[in-house]
Write a protein that binds this ligand. Structure first.
Ligand code: GDP
Ligand code: MG
Length: 454
């Protein structure tokens, strides 16, 4: 897929019935196909009402065609957009007719993400921007939409590029020191170098924080409610969701399958998973549900371990197992539910456990804040972007090399070449975010996750 130059075609709009459905073509030279479809040329960027006919001369659809001449198009190639009526069967016919008439020119059905890939390969967007297109389409909250739009505009890429530029300046400084060893200036004694290195570190740290927030905005948080039966997990889900999503009864073992509900807390998507209560059971269905609870725990970003008064013994057994099964950096938040049943003066209340009542709503607002705090959300920020795991990994690698470089720099002039080498490795990792220096197989993998037609 990476290198093919054939013209491509796909339905660009979502499957299903709609007022309008768009079929999009991209290729280096589309004019012969346009001519074959409509027996005429089209002026670039002009909406033209046209009739598309089948081989027998029968009308398929009246449509509006817009032709974008290369390189002034989304992909940087010639692009033709056919705005048809939005019926799935109709769009199928339009596609078929285009493929028929475009056969000679080599027209083929686009692979997932291929339009955006071409935009990337033709330098219309960098890789972080291309990813932001997919993230904008998939955005699950208003804040995520705005963050993706900013990433698409290049806010994130600009930050990366300017950091790369600063590291380049630092490398130039090292190279010049290497060229004049007789001057014997201790490199770090050179205040300019020291300042530059610390500026790079500060900037990289800020970028990592930003990207971490951006990942939360993009992916949201997988929040698992776990605990013994009857402690009120389903009641808490309903309370957080503001509706009766899960069945609540006084019967232990009511929830057997996972119940999922996505909510937002201050624009942060929370995918809450209510699970079967953890206990020994001889019920086959419930046992399956409990297996699934453990599966959910193993994939969680945050676990709320719910307990209730008079269930301390079970809680003590479960706590260890849950902490054991939770992923390495997944926080486990222990809460005691049914605070309404507690005699507040009895001294049973452990300060380690946050108190809530799913029944009265007591402590639920505070819990929401606690959840945001625990996952490291620092509130809506001006200039927020969206980011992916891939970006965080690259930033982390870069930070490791900057750290190493600092050690070499501190060793004095003897290690300056190693210092420069670490800087260059840090740059490589940063460059992978915007796509410079990214191996082809990784590139293919990223774009193959896009939907068809993007
Ligand atoms: N008093 C009191 N009862 C609660 C509270 N939360 C849940 N319950 C009750 O506890 C029982 C079990 O609740 P449920 O949500 O099904 O627990 P789960 O098995 O953990 O999902 C039900 O009878 C609920 O009405 C609470 O905060 N206070
Ligand atoms: Mg339940």
């Amino acid at each position: 897929m990476m290198t093919r130059k054939l013209p491509i075609i796909a339905v660009a709009t979502a499957p299903g019935k709609a007022g309008v459905g768009i079929v999009r073509l991209s290729g280096q030279y589309l004019r012969p196909i346009i001519k074959a479809l409509f027996q005429r040329d089209l002026l670039p960027r002009q909406a033209t009402l046209l009739s598309l006919r089948d081989a027998g001369g029968q009308l398929i659809d009246q449509l509006v065609a817009i032709y974008f001449a290369a390189p002034a198009s989304f992909t940087g190639e010639d692009v033709l957009e056919l705005q048809c009526h939005g019926g799935p069967q109709l769009l199928e016919l339009v596609m078929r007719r285009c493929l028929e008439l475009g056969k000679e020119a080599g027209l083929v059905i686009a692979e997932p993400g291929e339009f955006t890939l071409r935009a990337y390969l033709n330098n219309k967007v960098d890789l972080a921007q291309a990813e932001a297109i997919a993230d904008l389409i998939d955005a699950q909250s208003e804040a995520a939409v705005r963050g993706a739009a900013r990433s698409l505009q290049g806010v994130f890429s600009d930050d990366i590029n300017s950091l790369v530029e600063e590291i380049t300046q630092l490398r130039i400084l090292v190279e010049s020191t290497l060229d004049f060893p007789e001057e014997e200036i201790e490199f770090l004694e050179n205040a300019q170098a020291r300042d530059r290195l610390s500026a790079v570190k500060t900037k990289l740290q800020a970028l990592r924080n930003n990207a971490k927030q951006g990942k939360i905005l993009r992916d949201g948080i997988q929040l698992v409610l776990a605990g013994a039966p009857n402690v009120g997990k389903s009641s808490l889900l309903n309370r957080l969701a503001g509706e009766e999503v899960a069945i609540v009864t006084p019967i232990a073992g009511t929830t057997r399958d996972r119940v999922k509900e996505s909510i937002q807390i201050e624009g942060v998507p929370m995918h809450i998973i209510d699970t079967a209560g953890l206990r020994q059971t001889s019920d086959e269905v419930e046992a399956k549900g409990i297996e699934r609870t453990w599966d959910a725990i193993r994939l969680a970003d945050l676990i709320i371990f719910l307990t209730a008064p008079n269930a301390e013994k079970e809680a003590n057994d479960l706590r260890v197992q849950i902490l054991d099964a939770a992923p390495a950096n997944c926080p486990v938040l222990e809460l005691m539910n049914k605070s309404d049943l507690l005699d507040k003066n009895s001294g049973v209340i452990k300060d380690s456990a946050l108190l809530i009542s799913a029944k009265t709503g007591e402590g639920v607002e505070a819990l929401k804040q606690k959840i945001l705090e625990t996952v490291g959300w620092s509130g809506p920020q001006e200039g927020a972007i969206v980011a992916r795991r891939r970006h965080l990994d690259c930033l982390e690698r870069a930070a490791e090399h900057i750290e190493k470089s600092e050690k070499f720099a501190a060793n004095g002039n003897n290690s300056l070449e190693l210092f420069a080498e670490e800087l260059s490795l840090a740059q490589n990792h940063l460059g992978q975010i915007t796509g410079k220096l990214l191996p082809d197989d990784l590139l293919g993998k990223i774009f193959s996750q896009f939907c068809i037609g993007k």
